[in-house]
Design a protein around this ligand. Structure first.
Ligand SMILES: *Cc1c(COP(=O)(O)O)cnc(C)c1O
Length: 250
């Protein structure tokens, strides 16, 4: 990248970031929420390291990746920067050891096997990380996450894993242009959160709701999201359709 391109790209990221933040503030003000109660997690999948260095300069100090391999490579390539890495996609048990080394956060827990392995690896590293339980709120087969009615029993087992700091729930809503159907997914999440606040074992917290992406983060905030995971609205359209990044999708 020459200096001019670099400067153009930096400005583009800055402008996009500012626009997303402004829409978060506007949405919060419209519904009487404190904008500080919503965290923007930039999602950096497929964005090359060169541009991510610009994103860091533009103020992205956290980065979310859905694939462990890509996250790991990027964290190594940018180990000179103080970036907090969030893994937001499905994790295979045999990859837990990698996550345990560099991630600050794992937002896609949906199996006790992974919980056990990750906890063990984190203990070996002498670390603990924030963890979100992923729920399949749309019922689509292509999506990872627990079915809503399995969440209550699942979380009962989590106090066994002391290196996992359980913070809340994560979901991907249905991919649909029908806002009512998308909203239904978010409302379902809020209901599960309310249930867990009454019934979850002591020591676990379900204050966080990670939901909403570029196409639906305003709806998600209206329904109680505390973390929105936004990629394309900051970094531009990805070169390939979502079906490439979420195998099994339409
Ligand atoms: C890619 C991705 C996002 C962000 O999607 P955008 O459309 O780029 O905003 C959010 N969450 C997960 C789990 C993702 O894989």
């Amino acid at each position: 990248m020459d200096a001019t391109t670099q400067e153009q790209q930096l400005n583009e990221i800055k402008n996009n970031l500012a626009a997303v933040k402004q829409r978060i503030v506007d949405t919060c003000q419209r519904i009487g929420r404190d904008p500080a109660s919503v965290r923007l997690l930039p999602v950096t999948k497929t964005v090359p390291v060169e541009r991510l260095r610009l994103a860091y300069a533009a103020g992205c100090l956290e980065m979310g990746e859905n694939k462990i391999q890509e996250a790991r490579e990027k964290s190594e390539a940018m180990s000179d920067l103080d970036i907090k890495w969030a893994v937001i996609g499905h994790l295979q048990t045999n990859k837990a050891k990698y996550l345990a080394r560099f991630a600050n956060e794992f937002q896609a827990l949906d199996s006790l096997k992974v919980a056990a392995e990750l906890d063990k690896r984190l203990q070996n590293e002498g670390r603990a990380i924030d963890v979100y339980v992923q729920v399949n709120s749309s019922g689509e087969e292509s999506k990872f996450g627990l079915p809503p009615d399995a969440v209550r029993d699942f979380v009962k087992e989590l106090p066994n894993y002391s290196s996992l700091r359980i913070k809340g729930l994560m979901t991907l809503a249905i991919f649909s242009s029908d806002h009512d159907r998308v909203r239904e997914c978010f409302i379902k999440m809020r209901d599960i959160q309310a249930m867990l606040r009454q019934e979850a074992p002591a020591g676990l917290s379900f204050d966080e709701l990670s939901m909403g992406m570029s196409g639906d983060y305003e709806l998600a905030i209206e329904e109680g999201a505390t973390v929105v995971r936004v990629g394309q609205a900051i970094f531009g359209k990805r070169p390939l359709p979502d079906s490439h990044y979420w195998p099994g999708l339409g």
